[in-house]
Design a protein around this ligand. Structure first.
Ligand code: SAM
Length: 276
């Protein structure tokens, strides 16, 4: 146990994760803003700037479900929308006039698949995609598919990019998730993960622990009416491997040129690896 929280087994963890995200789907982004003071948006921007996808890229965003957001920030919601915005801002971007078919012009279709175990989290994202004019036949296209990150319903070598943002921590067998990521990526494809991490500086880590163990469960109670779920989230962050250990796991799955970058003193980290 850590700070008096009980340790849970794998099965309990799966049930817990499911109920956490069922409970928080509609308050998800509000809670993220409250907990991180809005900084999670900057982390996601940095993540997409690092990935820097080019037109013609096909993304699989795993654990990509999302909750409701305020009207004004709809376009900047999550990884797949940022991916599309980034591609559209590329000077070589040319929309395909006939989505779904090879184009006679220099245009290349791009696509994103948002994949999540929780249908409620997917439904929110899909509503927002349609509001923004994206469907599975538009270009760029977005599709929403439900399933477990440990068993992807896609063929080998299907995607150029695999992203998982604040999702891998909740998965039961991280090594299986990484193996699946490796399998579905094309050669030359890139794995990128954004996740809460461990602050290396002891004084900062102490301050952060005080905040997360004392303040976050109370925010969870006040905003989402759910203290337990947020206690669980805090606990799961502390149990996640350090940056170096996680980089080792990514290498173990077969990825090359594995690197990471700390964000906000290591509150978060971006890990990257290539299938070469
Ligand atoms: N990627 C989004 C973001 O960055 O804001 C959402 C992250 S949210 C904290 C975690 C998501 O992981 C939830 O939508 C949850 O349903 C999903 N999830 C948890 N376990 C999963 C699994 N085994 N397979 C696929 N998705 C999973």
């Amino acid at each position: 146990t850590h700070f008096g929280f009980k340790t849970i087994n794998a099965e309990e963890k799966e049930t817990m994760v499911k109920s956490v995200f069922d409970a928080v789907a509609s308050k998800y982004d509000v809670m993220n803003d409250a907990m991180s003071l809005g900084i999670h948006r900057l982390w996601k921007d940095e993540f997409m700037n690092t990935l820097n996808p080019v037109p013609g890229s096909h993304l699989l965003d795993v654990a990509g479900g999302t909750g409701k957001e305020e009207e004004k920030i709809k376009e900047q919601s999550d990884i797949s929308f940022r991916f599309i915005d980034k591609i559209k801002s590329n000077p070589y971007y040319l929309p395909n006039p006939h989505p779904g078919q090879l184009s006679s012009t220099a245009s290349l279709s791009s696509s994103a698949i948002v994949y999540d175990i929780n249908q409620a989290m997917l439904d929110e994202g899909q509503k927002r995609a349609i509001q923004n004019g994206y469907t599975k036949t538009s270009d760029p296209s977005i599709d929403f598919i439900q399933g477990n990150s440990e068993q992807l319903p896609f063929e080998d070598e299907s995607f150029n990019c695999y992203t998982i943002s604040f999702g891998i921590r909740n998965c039961t067998n991280i090594d299986v998730v990484l193996k699946e990521a490796y399998r579905v990526l094309k050669k030359g494809g890139r794995f990128m993960c954004l996740e809460f991490s461990q602050i290396p500086n002891p004084a900062l880590r102490f301050a952060y622990d005080q905040y997360s163990f004392n303040v976050i469960p109370i925010l969870g109670q006040m905003i989402a009416g759910d203290r337990e779920s947020y206690q669980y989230l805090v606990e799961s962050i502390r149990k996640f491997p350090t940056q170096d250990n996680f980089a080792g796991m990514i290498r173990q799955a077969g990825f090359k040129q594995v690197t990471y970058k700390n964000l906000s003193f290591g509150i978060c980290a971006i890990h990257s690896g290539w299938k070469l």
